[in-house]
Design a protein around this ligand. Structure first.
Ligand code: PXP
Length: 239
């Protein structure tokens, strides 16, 4: 049975919109774990636009399941990971101007630096995953770079608007999952997965874990709205 790792970056995005102390991503992580999450994911970006260093440090102490740190393959981030020791590092590409991680890490271009990062982290017993597109060449390169696992980018499938495109992109995911499994790489999957698209993955038993953020935080805002307004309305009535 596949696990669920919940990405709480968006809680920090909301906090940073006001530069104040709430909402607290650590509190969201605790609630996610209480609800059955198998792991908590945060992306510490170079520009610190949402998750801050202190979030990762506190999460390391508080998270009871496993802490997955998404990060770029840079010396700054490697230093932080070696210090904090997450349970898994997922290496992602990072562009300052992007709204979210746009594509998988291109190992044709970055294989040597990624291999060095993997070796450094593994030397400190930190397993490493690489976020890559569902492309057999990329998966073979992840294997050659000695990654422990890959996270298959599901964005093209989740964002596809026609049935033909959905079928084509999903068959690439199936092939990528099977090839990774054949190479004995662990397999996670993520990006853009929502309450509808998750259903397509039924029967794809080789996937270890789904990494999901946007749809869960979006749903949480709406299913919690009624309760939140009711509480404030009551406080105002009691004035
Ligand atoms: N996996 C990776 C590598 C990501 O960068 C993200 C987005 O932060 C996710 C999974 C989760 O994607 P989403 O927020 O669309 O569920």
């Amino acid at each position: 049975m596949a696990g669920l790792a919940v990405n709480v970056d968006h809680i920090a995005t909301l906090r940073e919109a006001r530069k104040i102390h709430y909402p607290e991503p650590v509190a969201a992580a605790v609630l996610a774990e209480l609800a059955g999450a198998d792991g908590i994911v945060v992306h510490l970006r170079e520009d610190r636009r949402h998750i801050q260093d202190r979030d990762v440090r506190i999460l390391r102490q508080v998270v009871q399941t496993k802490l997955i740190l998404e990060m770029a393959s840079t010396s700054e981030m490697v230093g932080i990971a070696l210090d904090i020791k997450p349970d898994l590092v997922t290496l992602v590409p990072e562009k300052r101007e992007e709204l979210t991680t746009e594509g998988g890490l291109d190992l044709i271009v970055h294989k040597s630096v990624v291999s060095e990062t993997i070796a450094l982290l593994q030397d400190s017993s930190i397993p490493v995953s690489i976020f890559i597109d569902p492309d057999p060449d990329q998966i073979k390169l992840a294997y050659q770079a000695n990654a422990d696992m890959v996270e298959i980018h599901t964005g093209s499938f989740c964002d596809a608007t026609t049935t033909a495109k959905k079928e084509k992109t999903f068959s690439k995911i199936i092939d990528a999952v099977k090839l990774s499994n054949k190479l004995k790489l662990g397999v996670n999957a993520g990006h853009g997965i929502c309450y509808k698209t998750i259903k397509a993955f039924k029967g794809l038993k080789e996937i270890d874990e789904f990494s999901i953020g946007h749809s869960i935080v979006s749903r949480a805002v709406l299913v919690g709205m009624e309760k939140a307004v009711r509480e404030m309305a009551r406080l105002i009535k009691e004035l």
